[in-house]
Design a binder for this molecule. Structure first.
Ligand SMILES: [Zn+2]
Ligand SMILES: [Zn+2]
Length: 162
């Protein structure tokens, strides 16, 4: 199994700082501006288990696919151009939908293969290769709003409407 990779955001310049948790690491140093950010790794992190954030020490995370949205948009624009070309310039306008069908299948296949990452609601620290990723829920708008705007701490409890 891969080691958990943690990507912090530098408090000073906003650059990404990627580190692997180890027992003796207590600061993450920015390669760009050399600012040192204090971090707290626990036994959990060393075992690829995400329970608390090493940066803000909160326990609220969400998971999403490690997907590059820009690439998604580019693929869609190409499909739209090819489709328009088929519709306008060829004798087979009924095939204009084909590029979209191909794109859709390709997207779907690609999406299945992407590995999920976990993100801290409070400080946006990113975690890759998280062992307990199945315990982490998808993004919740209400939780996000309450954590960001009201500084609410859910303490690892998922907000549920039932
Ligand atoms: Zn920096
Ligand atoms: Zn955090």
């Amino acid at each position: 199994m891969n080691m958990m990779e943690v990507t912090f955001t530098c408090d000073e310049c906003g650059s990404a700082i990627s580190v692997y948790p180890t027992k003796d690491v207590s600061v993450a140093k920015c390669k760009i501006c050399e600012h040192e950010k204090s971090v707290t790794f626990t036994e959990n992190h060393l075992n690829n288990v995400l329970k608390e954030c090493p940066s803000c020490e909160r326990k609220d995370f969400y998971q999403q696919k490690d997907f590059n949205r820009k690439i998604g948009v580019i693929i869609y624009v190409i499909a739209a151009s090819v489709s328009t070309y088929i519709f306008m310039m060829t004798e087979y306008p009924m095939y204009a939908a084909v590029p979209f069908i191909v794109t859709y299948c390709f997207d779907f296949f690609l999406f299945q293969k992407l590995s999920p990452i976990a993100i801290c609601y409070k400080c946006n620290t990113i975690f890759r290769s998280v062992g307990n990723i199945d315990e982490i829920h998808d993004f919740n708008h209400e939780m996000n709003d309450r954590i960001i705007y009201s500084d609410h701490d859910f303490d690892g409890e998922q907000l549920d409407h039932h």
